[in-house]
Design a protein. Structure first.
Length: 220
């Protein structure tokens, strides 16, 4: 639980940020059998030639017949950047609520939230019937939904957007970067760097803490 005296929130992206060099969907597609096709589609999204809905529907089709338990097992091997545990702990000590604001599928956000203690998470949902995925998207979720989720979380926590920060790396973070007081482009694309408050390149998430500390300083 977070005390009423938290001073801000930090919204962390997953794919390309907490999951370095790839996405959780491409990682899982390696087990599902459509890794190369999805990687190509995600590159097309990054360049603006496909939208999130198109990529999600392509990916979802590969999940047909797979059980929730299988996916949970695979996620145990998800490649993650160093320092997540320590960064979340620092946020808590500093009065900043750590939240996952991501376009990763709901099982991914749920897994990371439970493992590392994030306050909450966002993401698109896959349709499930009798404990297995059907291959269809139950609820789409794009970069603007991600921004709106973050702003709703801030409002529910009694926080103004300017007292919040975001850490991300790519196209899906741009609307959120434009809506909060501080943004960190972490191992990011040129587009994300161009609009972020600061850019950080490192293999450890803790390297963003000096930038995030500005939120704490500003609050006091």
């Amino acid at each position: 639980m977070f005390s009423p005296d938290h001073v801000g929130a930090v919204f962390f992206d997953v794919d390309g940020t907490l999951v370095p060099g790839t996405s959780s969907s491409v990682f899982l597609a390696g087990f599902l059998g459509h890794r190369d096709e999805l990687a190509e589609a995600e590159d097309a999204y990054a360049s603006g030639t496909l939208d999130n809905r198109q990529v999600s529907e392509l990916d979802a089709a590969g999940w047909a017949g797979v059980s929730e338990g299988q996916v949970t097992g695979w996620l145990g091997g998800l490649p993650l950047v160093s320092g997540i545990t320590e960064t979340v702990a620092w946020c808590r000590r500093s009065g900043l609520v750590p939240v996952l604001a991501t376009l990763a599928w709901f099982p991914v956000g749920g897994y990371l939230t439970e493992r590392f203690g994030f306050h909450s998470f966002s993401g698109p949902r896959l349709e499930i019937a009798d404990g297995r995925f059907t291959g269809r998207v139950a609820c789409h979720f794009d970069e603007y939904d991600k921004r709106d989720f973050a702003l709703t979380q801030a409002r529910e926590l009694g926080l103004a957007p300017h007292s919040c920060g975001a850490v991300g790396d790519s196209r899906s973070d741009l609307p959120l970067f434009a809506s909060v007081g501080l943004s960190v482009a972490f191992n990011a694309s040129a587009g994300a760097r161009a609009v972020a408050t600061a850019s950080v390149d490192d293999d450890d998430l803790r390297s963003v803490l000096p930038v995030l500390s500005r939120l704490v300083t500003a609050a006091h």
